[in-house]
Ligand binder design. Structure first.
Ligand code: HEM
Length: 219
């Protein structure tokens, strides 16, 4: 990559935009999944509607491209920053200069979220194919698969841990993306920061409620 997009600022832009694409997806994914609280039929009909048209292939292509861009720019910026920091400071920063734990561990969180996404797609998208009929239409019974998977305490625990980490990753990441895109300037800075945290909490808690609900209440 050369020119603006290959520069540090350009990579930050790309990292921010690709991150925001995923941030939009996870909010929509979490909100759509809430239909599991309505009924299995409602959830399956929603999944069926989403996967029946061609738009799903476009969405998947955008997500894969955004994920690859996000990983490439994140790795490249992390290597660049580590090199720069080693030269700049002899001692770790303290007080106001100290960077938050969520911020310092972004790379590690990101790596775990990536492992989560890969295993998650294997479990659900490519998992056992149950069928059901809703209003005369034959469709995949994803609700049954979800209810089955989340009978295992190990699975529920793994999801809760990963979703908490995703929450931290989003809270810091969304704020940083706004900063890279120049939206965190001036008086609204604190408001944007609070909005990022609120958004991350909504996504993480909305997701966490699903495995917990299926574990405790759906037998
Ligand atoms: C409680 C949490 C979650 C549940 C119950 C859940 C459930 C599901 C289910 C049932 C599918 C299969 C959809 C289908 O094949 O039609 C799916 C797909 C997917 N999920 Fe999740 N999900 C959760 C969290 C997440 C999170 C946190 C992410 C990302 C960080 C994520 C990313 C994806 C992706 C990328 C797909 C594949 C979409 C596609 O290509 O069609 N999910 N999820």
């Amino acid at each position: 990559m050369s020119g603006f997009l290959g520069s540090t600022v350009g990579k930050k832009y790309l990292m921010g935009i690709s991150g925001l694409i995923w941030a939009g997806f996870v909010l929509a994914h979490m909100a759509g999944n809430l239909l599991i609280f309505v009924s299995h039929d409602a959830y399956n009909s929603y999944g069926h509607a989403l996967t029946s048209g061609n738009i799903i292939y476009v969405a998947e292509a955008v997500l894969v491209l955004a994920l690859l861009t996000h990983i490439y720019t994140a790795v490249s910026l992390t290597i660049h920053n580590r090199g720069a920091k080693q030269q700049a400071y002899a001692a770790p920063a303290k007080g106001a200069k100290k960077v938050s734990l969520a911020s310092r561990t972004m790379a590690a969180q990101g790596a775990l979220v990536l492992v989560f996404i890969i295993l998650h797609i294997i479990t659900f998208k490519y998992g056992v194919y149950y069928e059901t009929t809703v209003n005369g239409v034959v469709m995949r019974d994803l609700a049954k698969l979800m209810a089955e998977v989340f009978q295992s305490p190990a699975y529920v625990g793994w999801y809760v841990v990963c979703l908490i980490l995703l929450g931290f990753h989003l809270s810091h990441g969304v704020g940083s993306s706004f900063q890279s895109l120049g939206l965190m300037e001036g008086t609204y800075r604190q408001l944007w920061k609070k909005l990022s945290c609120a958004y991350a909490a909504i996504v993480a808690l909305g997701f966490i409620a699903q495995p917990l609900y299926l574990f405790f209440f759906a037998h």
